[in-house]
Write a protein that binds this ligand. Structure first.
Ligand SMILES: Nc1ncnc2c1ncn2[C@@H]1O[C@H](COP(=O)(O)OP(=O)(O)OP(=O)(O)O)[C@@H](O)[C@H]1O
Length: 231
């Protein structure tokens, strides 16, 4: 039997940042990790240990102080170290391969909740017909309790409403890789369970998913967890 290749491989990744005075601050030392299609991996650690910083490295927004982050799409069409990707490959990684949910859930304030969630359907790579993709986005928003807010401008959404839109947006392109930073942080338990169920469905469809979270509901559902920092 052939083992399934990882989508993402971290090799001695040193998470941290460079300060304006030229110094460096290391948050996570030498992290090794592999993420495979079909699994949900938790990222645990106390507040301030560097989970969001790591997630930003994985999203290609910043590069680690040391080590390698290799992405390989299941079909091999995109393969390489994030730090070595040229602009075109990095843009493709973010646009076509990655579903990213950040803590701030930035939306386009002038657009409706539905148009924000469907932004990739309007302008990006969606398998199948755009109409079916839009129906799926609408159904997922309804499922997460936003049926009455589809037409509301994003600027008028609450934090929890915006978070749900950002989650649907990240999943709408059926990405090979999902990295989510506290995706249930603003949600009540019932809605959080729906979000977790949605993530599980995407994993079952073949996505590899990494979730940084302090939420016990998320902790109870992952396939395995990686802990960073001290207990
Ligand atoms: N570019 C930067 N400049 C200055 N400080 C930074 C920078 N990036 C991260 N930090 C600091 O590094 C620490 C780790 O931040 P990070 O957001 O990664 O932690 P976290 O584990 O995600 O925390 P939480 O669980 O509270 O979200 C924090 O003290 C943060 O202020």
């Amino acid at each position: 039997m052939t083992a399934i290749a990882p989508v993402l491989t971290l090799d001695r990744v040193q998470v941290g940042y460079r300060s304006p005075d030229g110094g460096t601050r290391v948050l996570i030392e030498g992290l090794d990790l592999s993420l495979h299609p079909g699994e949900i991996v938790g990222l645990w650690g106390r507040s301030g240990t560097g989970k969001s910083s790591l997630i930003r490295h994985l999203a290609g927004l910043t590069i680690p102080l040391a080590g390698r982050i290799r992405y390989r799409s299941p079909d091999g069409g995109l393969d390489g170290d994030l730090g070595g990707f040229a602009a075109e490959a990095l843009a493709r990684y973010r646009r076509e391969h990655l579903g990213y949910v950040d803590q701030s859930c930035e939306l386009i304030g002038e657009l409706s909740a539905l148009d924000n969630a469907a932004i990739w359907v309007h302008g990006g790579p969606v398998a199948g017909s755009p109409r079916d993709a839009l129906d799926t986005v609408r159904t997922q928003l309804e499922r997460l309790g936003l049926g009455h807010r589809l037409g509301a401008p994003a600027s008028r959404l609450s934090g929890g409403e915006a978070q749900r839109v950002a989650i649907v947006r990240a999943l709408a392109k059926h990405p090979h890789l999902v990295v989510a930073d506290e995706p249930t942080g603003h949600l009540d338990a019932t809605t959080a369970r729906e979000v977790i169920a949605l993530l599980r469905e995407h994993a079952q469809a073949g996505s590899a998913i990494l979730v940084a979270s302090h939420d016990p509901l998320v902790h109870a559902t992952v396939d395995r967890a990686v802990r960073v920092g001290e207990d």
